[in-house]
Design a protein around this ligand. Structure first.
Ligand SMILES: Cc1cc2nc3c(=O)[nH]c(=O)nc-3n(C[C@H](O)[C@H](O)[C@H](O)COP(=O)(O)OP(=O)(O)OC[C@H]3O[C@@H](n4cnc5c(N)ncnc54)[C@H](O)[C@@H]3O)c2cc1C
Length: 452
């Protein structure tokens, strides 16, 4: 519920507090909105403990937000850290392609926010962030407002269907009938059902252009679904239409798997942006060709998480509404004490969980140094480490590892210390094992042990 300017002034009383480093008050009253009449802060406080400690509120319990929350508490034990997440439980996108074809169960991917909060000594608050008063440093949520000293926004990505349609009804049909499954939850369940019930024909999937979430994942998914069709004698094939002119990452490994393992089960068509989708007749049109499909999963372009646009913290549409931040410190431009991290960042880093996790450690260090009043933190590069399955029977994988360097002259980021192993024929089984070890160690990093 929004409060009026007059109500806000009445409510505020003497409750104006310093939001520097002296913590958020235990007052149950909101700070005044009098200079910001458009602000729509709830008039009730979130049901959270009071604190005199500096409060750090992290929005988004994904790979980035979980890392920021855990590490802020570790580096600044005196901070009161609140993780605001709209989901009840965590589902991992990494390794989910293997779950689609029954190589792992859903327990492997599902994790407990309460456990993470207990283990790492912060608070998990189940709510959706819906409003922000930057001046007064108040975050509004679906379950009341929260005053903060530092705010971190890590909302991940949203989909952008505008290349295909501006008709919202059609967009909703695409989302409902042929979801991308690049955000965790029901989309993945629908896709798994589609694979399990597929009777034959073309199973159409798409690869968007631009820096989409997890560059290798659409190729990995094509491989494992093709393998599933092959193992189960399904007279169908994956038709992978790629907007890009070639495979965007680990090209040698994926291309050789396509050619050598899935000749009859996977057709890869690069340089094939879709111009029109006819859902009723199940045909897509590219510039020169048309393709029929029996079933499909359309992966559209991605953009920054919508909450950034709502909060006035996104770049313009040309920049895919990604975070408007100082790219070295992750601080929001035009707002104090707000940081933005994860896949919504504007830098061309790989949009991966490992990138978000390591970046979260750096953001936490910056915030902790402010809270602890210690010297500023030198820039630390994020690390991308990503395994991709190319076959499930037997399990084989390839991987890439890279860091990033910053060129002060050109003010650009570049890949640094990149290594890859795309030789699935000899090293595939070892890489497949390492994929599970990587995931297990990252889940432990984010959630701690299950006995806590
Ligand atoms: C199929 C697939 C395979 C992948 N494989 C790999 C891999 O092998 N290795 C790898 O490193 N990466 C992989 N990734 C990429 C990885 O999943 C993402 O890069 C990572 O999830 C990004 O982390 P994030 O924290 O930015 O966003 P997310 O993990 O998406 O988290 C964002 C969170 O914010 C929450 N949120 C959003 N808005 C609000 C709001 N207003 N209020 C409250 N909460 C909100 C969301 O509910 C969500 O939990 C894969 C992705 C996919 C889809």
């Amino acid at each position: 519920m929004a409060i009026s300017r007059r109500e806000a002034l009445t409510l505020s009383g003497a409750a104006v507090v310093s939001t520097a480093l002296n913590g958020c008050t235990g007052s149950s009253e909101p700070k005044p909105n009098s200079d910001n009449p458009s602000s729509s802060i709830n008039n009730y406080k979130a049901p959270l403990h009071d604190t005199t400690k500096p409060r750090v509120v992290v929005v988004g319990g994904g790979w980035s937000g979980l890392s920021v929350a855990k590490n802020t508490k570790a580096f600044a034990p005196d901070a009161d850290v609140i993780l605001v997440e709209q989901r009840h439980e965590f589902k991992s996108c990494p390794v989910s392609n293997l779950w689609l074809v029954d190589k792992v169960d859903s327990e492997f991917l599902t994790h407990d926010y309460l456990q993470a909060a207990r283990h790492y000594n912060y608070t998990y608050f189940h709510a959706t962030a819906i409003g922000l008063d930057k001046e007064k440093q108040i975050l509004d949520t679906s379950n009341g407002y929260i005053e903060y000293d530092y705010l971190v926004l890590a909302p991940g990505i949203d989909y952008d269907y505008s290349r295909w349609t501006d008709d919202i009804a059609f967009e909703n049909r695409l989302k409902q009938e042929y979801p991308a499954a690049f955000m965790p939850g029901s989309e993945h369940l629908t896709l798994k059902n589609k694979i399990k019930n597929f009777k034959g024909g073309n199973f159409l999937m798409t690869v968007p252009s631009g820096n989409y979430r997890c560059l290798p994942a659409p190729y990995e998914r094509a491989c494992v679904i093709a393998d599933y069709f092959k193992q189960n004698n399904i007279k169908g094939k994956v038709l992978l239409l790629d907007e890009n002119n070639s495979i965007t990452i680990k090209e040698k490994g994926f291309q050789s798997a396509f050619d050598e393992l899935y000749k009859d089960y996977l057709e890869y068509i690069p340089g094939a942006p879709i111009n029109e989708i006819d859902l009723d007749n199940k045909i897509v049109y590219t510039e020169f060709d048309e393709y029929e499909f029996a079933d499909a999963s359309f992966y559209p372009h991605v953009r920054g998480g919508k909450i950034l646009e709502k909060f006035g913290l996104a770049k313009d549409a040309k920049n895919k509404l990604e975070a408007h931040i100082n790219q070295l410190t992750y601080e929001a431009i035009g707002a104090k004490n707000i940081f933005i991290s994860g896949d919504t960042r504007p830098m061309g880093f790989s949009k991966s969980g490992n990138t978000s996790n390591t970046e979260g450690q750096y953001v936490a260090r910056i915030i902790a140094s402010k809270i602890n009043n210690t010297k500023p933190i030198a820039w630390e590069p994020a690390t991308t480490a990503c395994f991709s399955a190319v076959s499930i029977q037997p399990e084989k994988a390839i991987y890439i590892y890279t860091q990033y360097s910053y060129d002060k002259e050109t003010k650009t980021f570049n890949f640094a210390d990149t290594t890859a192993d795309e030789n699935w024929k000899t090293n595939g089984p070892t890489n497949a094992d390492s994929n599970y070890s990587w995931a297990t160690s990252l889940y432990f990093d984010m959630f701690g042990s299950k006995d806590s």
